[in-house]
Design a protein around this ligand. Structure first.
Ligand code: ADP
Length: 309
């Protein structure tokens, strides 16, 4: 195998957004104008978040995503590069970079409008043209902030034996073929309830069983401060989270999923990978922001020492 084809730890296919955040005393009613704080612009989007989270942990990570030919696109590419993500597969143009317009009130409640922009223009043809990225990827992680047809194309593009990790966020109906490829499907409570539909039940073990019945090879349910649950049809195991003082849970699920996908690619079994991922998720909630809160490998080691996780 030539150096160019050396296997890589993780390929993320997904969204890249600029998060535009303004603090307000209260949200405007229809037709009203309110003044807010200075604008803060943060790199975000689930795909970019996952890629940054994995790369900061030391994973050899590439991102396939589309941004606009604009300042937000350059901000995102810059933050990905700074984290060590391979951005050679990033695509530019077709629409402005996706943005999330976020207002936050003093109680911390936020209202968000997302303009998918270039994320909505990441096409099945873009996936098919990225054969080189897929040929090297033993694990591919994808979310639903890109078109459903593109997600289906990702499931078809996996090299033989490659593993698909899917976080259905924002939750939407999933193709049987996509579901069948998931190993695992990673959901929080809200996503579990939407994917299962009527009669989901109250216990995470019930959700895991109902989700497994839809076809994925394995399921992971994240439970916030409660950690996570792993189920593969043979066993269902709850993994506790380290106890931490949560400052900001933004992007914790993305850090969790990226860490999980990376460790599965390194050969961990599902429960071992979840044990690692809950430490990364817990570390991420102890700091503000999404990407800014993600631990490096060294920070994670220090954190694990501190919480004795
Ligand atoms: P999402 O961010 O998608 O809503 P969760 O809230 O379930 O998902 O969080 C994802 C993971 O982040 C959890 O499985 C856990 O590992 C970690 N996490 C989230 N909130 C906390 C918390 N308060 N304390 C410790 N870990 C947390």
């Amino acid at each position: 195998m030539s150096a160019r084809q050396a296997p890589r730890d993780l390929l993320v296919v997904g969204s890249a957004n600029a998060d535009l955040v303004v603090g307000v005393e209260r949200r405007p009613a229809a037709g009203e104008t309110v003044l807010g704080s200075d604008l803060a612009v943060h790199p975000g989007g689930k795909g970019a978040n996952q890629a940054v989270a994995a790369a900061r942990l030391g994973a050899d990570t590439a991102l396939l995503a589309r941004v606009g030919d604009d300042a937000h696109g350059r901000l995102l590419t810059g933050s990905l590069r700074a984290a060590g993500v391979d951005v050679s597969g990033m695509l530019t143009g077709g629409a402005p970079t996706g943005v999330a317009l976020i207002t936050v009130d003093p109680s911390g409640d936020n209202s968000i409008v997302v303009s998918p922009g270039a994320n909505a223009r990441l096409t099945p043809a873009d996936v098919e043209a990225a054969g080189g990225l897929f040929a090297r990827a033993g694990v591919v992680s994808v979310q639903l902030e890109i078109p459903p047809a593109t997600v289906a194309a990702v499931a078809r593009a996996l090299r033989p034996g490659a593993r698909l990790v899917l976080n259905p966020s924002p939750p939407a109906p999933l193709d049987a073929a996509v579901l069948a490829a998931c190993d695992p499907l990673v959901v929080n409570e809200h996503e579990a309830r939407v994917v299962i539909g009527e009669g989901a039940g109250e216990e995470p073990e019930e959700w895991a069983a109902a989700l497994l019945a839809l076809g994925p090879r394995s399921v992971v349910v994240t439970l916030g401060a409660g950690g996570a649950l792993a189920a593969d049809g043979e066993r269902t195991v709850r993994v506790a989270s380290p106890r931490v003082e949560a400052v900001d849970t933004t992007g914790a699920g993305d850090a969790f999923t990226a860490a999980l996908a990376w460790r599965l690619g390194l050969g961990d079994d599902l429960v071992a990978a979840v044990r690692f991922a809950v430490r990364v998720g817990a570390a991420a909630v102890t700091r503000r922001g999404a990407q800014d809160s993600y631990p490096t490998r060294g920070e994670l080691a220090a954190f694990a020492e501190e919480v004795r996780a």
